[in-house]
Design a binder for this molecule. Structure first.
Ligand SMILES: Cc1cc2nc3c(=O)[nH]c(=O)nc-3n(C[C@H](O)[C@H](O)[C@H](O)COP(=O)(O)OP(=O)(O)OC[C@H]3O[C@@H](n4cnc5c(N)ncnc54)[C@H](O)[C@@H]3O)c2cc1C
Length: 438
């Protein structure tokens, strides 16, 4: 019997989506090469290719569960290394429309840490896999395509200071983020333009790090004053690694938090509840506020294309990147890795369009619809407010209101926004009756 040819995969981009993708591919391929232009293992954790890394990154409970499934024991390790941990409801103070939701046992763990902390812990576990090779400080150049243009056979890259090099692969997964060049590559190869959907939200973030005495949190690990139609400004203040706290303030449609310290504090003072402003009275700032602008929700509907080359997939923000204040992006990447795992199982060839259909249905659609619909609750956001959307706004607004008085509704709501339970649980007779009567 002849020797089996080793199967190789290449993952483009070493952010969260790339790391999760590498994890699942490592089970099925003999070698997986992870390519990123940044010095991922360098000392500068706030790296150039990840400008959003400075800002608050909440990992939803479902994302937390998948992370633990991929890397058993990682939760314990992160807590040992300084992440805060608590119950996603009992230890998190949610304030919506100025009302505090009932804090109750949700049964869901919530870890709070900085984005570089999450990423470096996941990366450490990925790089410990014996068949994973990291090619950092390496720029992605172009795809290697078969003569008939039907199959991607690898990727050409520029390792720093070296000539263009080919990384041959049986499967290339693009996880290079929102700026992914796949739409252009596909067009150049004659596959046409992927249908894109965009919704303008004009979101602006400003983030500052602090040292805050524990007592100021009154036992909570995070205080989330959510933007709503009445006061479209929000802020989250949470404990993170390094004994620090992170405060990210945000506003939509150009109403952005200023980056001068006084203006920043005044913005926080103008929120629908005084909690975070009061916490900051005893805080010591560690830096000046840093801004980030997020103009549009963007979705690339690869599942609607009629043709797609073999040996090539996309995952993460390169497929859908939406309103960061709902904290869904990393969890959608985690859900995407579960879909990818299914499609590479048993080492069978991947059917790209079938993968994209499952990615849409199982990882993206629910979060995208929720984000786009929730954005339309802000009067200035453009878009069609269908009767279904208006009905959803009404139902969610009632749910949030009742959740400020009723522990069962609050618990159910938390489990839905943590993506652990499907939103239809809110329509179970007992809960629905409370919500509608409320
Ligand atoms: C301000 C902000 C706040 C957010 N907050 C949250 C939150 O609270 N919770 C949450 O779950 N999500 C949040 N997100 C979303 C989250 O950051 C992403 O959804 C998630 O990290 C998945 O991104 P990704 O891995 O697909 O892409 P990215 O994180 O953008 O990673 C892409 C990687 O590809 C590399 N790369 C790109 N181009 C090249 C190239 N040409 N050559 C080599 N390497 C390249 C980059 O260096 C980078 O490492 C937020 C996003 C923003 C913008």
């Amino acid at each position: 019997m002849g020797k089996r040819t080793p199967r190789r995969a290449v993952v483009l981009g070493g952010g969260i989506a790339g790391l999760f993708a590498t994890r699942v591919l490592a089970d099925q391929f003999d070698q997986v090469t992870l390519v990123d232009r940044d010095h991922l293992t360098g000392p500068n954790l706030l790296r150039r290719g990840l400008p959003q890394g400075h800002h608050l990154h909440g990992l939803l409970s479902r994302g937390q569960e998948i992370t633990e499934e991929h890397f058993p024991g990682i939760t314990e390790k992160m807590v040992a290394d300084g992440s805060a941990i608590g119950d996603a409801s009992n230890d998190v103070r949610w304030i919506i429309n100025g009302k505090r939701l009932v804090q109750t046992d949700s049964g869901l763990a919530c870890l709070t840490a900085s984005r570089p902390f999450f990423e470096s812990h996941i990366r450490e576990r990925v790089l410990a896999l014996p068949n994973v090779v990291l090619s950092e400080l390496t720029d992605i150049s172009r795809l290697e395509v078969s003569d008939d243009g039907r199959t991607i056979r690898g990727v050409w890259v520029f390792p720093e200071g070296e000539h263009e090099t080919l990384l041959p692969a049986d499967l290339v997964v693009d996880a290079s983020g929102r700026g992914s060049r796949t739409p252009t590559w596909l067009e150049d190869l004659g596959y046409g333009r992927v249908p894109e959907e965009k919704h303008k939200i004009g979101m602006g973030y400003a983030t500052r790090y602090y040292r805050i005495p524990d007592a100021a949190f009154e036992g909570d690990i995070s205080v989330n004053t959510v933007a709503s139609a009445g006061v479209p400004r929000g802020c989250i203040c949470q404990k993170i690694d390094g004994g620090r706290a992170i405060v990210t303030a945000y506003g939509i449609l150009g109403d952005h938090p200023p980056t001068d310290p006084d203006g920043y504090l005044n913005f926080i003072k103008s929120l629908a509840a005084p909690d975070i402003y009061e916490i900051l009275q005893s805080a010591e700032a560690l830096n000046d506020p840093v801004a980030y602008k997020f103009p549009t929700n963007l979705r690339r509907h690869y599942q609607l294309m009629s043709d797609f080359p073999a040996g090539f997939l996309v995952i993460g923000d390169g497929v859908a990147s939406f309103n960061p204040s709902y904290a869904q992006g990393m969890t959608v990447s985690a859900l995407g890795s579960v879909v990818l795992r299914k499609h590479v199982a048993d080492r069978r060839p991947v059917h790209a369009l079938a993968y994209f259909r499952d990615l849409a249905a199982d990882a993206i659609d629910g979060c995208w619809d929720m984000a786009v619909s929730a954005d339309l609750a802000f009067p200035g956001v453009e878009g069609e407010r269908t009767p279904e959307i208006m009905e959803t706004h009404d139902f969610i607004s009632r749910t949030q209101d009742v959740a400020s008085r009723d522990a069962a509704v609050s618990r159910a709501f938390q489990r839905v926004i943590g993506l652990v339970d499907h939103y239809t649980v809110l329509h179970e007779p007992e809960l629905e009756a409370k919500i509608l009567q409320g």
